[in-house]
Design a protein around this ligand. Sequence first.
Ligand code: P6P
Length: 335
Amino acid sequence: MQGKTKTLGEFIIENQAEFQYSTGELSKLINAIRLAAKVVNHEVNKAGLIDILGAAGETNVQGESQQKLDVLANEKFIQTLKNREIVCGIASEEEEDYISINSLDENHQNKYVVLIDPLDGSSNIDVNVSVGTIFSIYRRLTPSGTPVTLDDFLQPGVNQVAAGYIIYGTSTMLVYTTGHGVNGFTLNPAIGTFYLSHPNMQFPETGKIYSVNEGNYIHFPQGVKDYIKYCQMEEGDRPYTSRYIGSLVSDFHRNMIKGGIYMYPKSSVNSNGKLRLLYECNPMAFLAEQAGGKASDGYGRIMEIQPTELHQRVPFFCGSRKMVEKAESFMARQR
Ligand code: P6P
């Protein structure tokens, strides 16, 4: 790492002024996420020692009960966010209902709600494949000084004030936006510091990678089938390459660097697809748009969908703008 490379802490301070209204609270929020990311990274990276440490639900050599990593990640992020006295509510894939956080002075002055998928793709941990944490941050809508309500969480993605992910891969990265572009920070595990390694990340306008679980092909809508056949056709810069890791954060991250499209369409098996609008699709859509890409449900902008339920699912097409537009054109023909 070059001596002059900026740390995440320095970056946050330098860009504090960019963030409207914030009196440093959003910076404290990003710092809380940074801390939780380091703690979870430590646990994820030693998961491979499961036979020594004890599998989830068992006790390890020290007699400690081993938690499933997604449960542990959930607890670490919730605890860290609670401790910082900035957040008035949290929703998580791991929690049926949202969590209302009573501030110490009980007057609920905190402005922000956080929605989180604490460990997306956690089934990949047992096979040593990258996994990720996804987060989405909004200002509360209901009056300060009152407990949060469901309305504070059911906001369209266009209201997000920040969003990002941590990818626990060959290196651990924190990638986030506050609406002023996307920046990626790589963790130096030796000293526990994130460094600005990918400033101003941009989706290539087009690309040659399509990411979809083709095992579901026969269940897809005709428009999706037609687009997949288009990707496979010998013409111009095609056929494209199929790359599907089974970990949204990993597929998204690779496609943002190399160019590509990720799709989780609806199907005859999953009538609204599999991915959750609030803590998977909206944050990834915010990042995609901030990086010059696009995020759609096949017909319209993900971030304009008015949520109706905390854990609702939506079809998801996300990545290089021209590839998403081409996929939408195939969907439109079959409307
Ligand atoms: P399938 C992981 O469970 C996840 O939510 C995404 O990270 C991933 O892209 C997708 O589901 C994989 O789902 O049905 O293709 O195994």
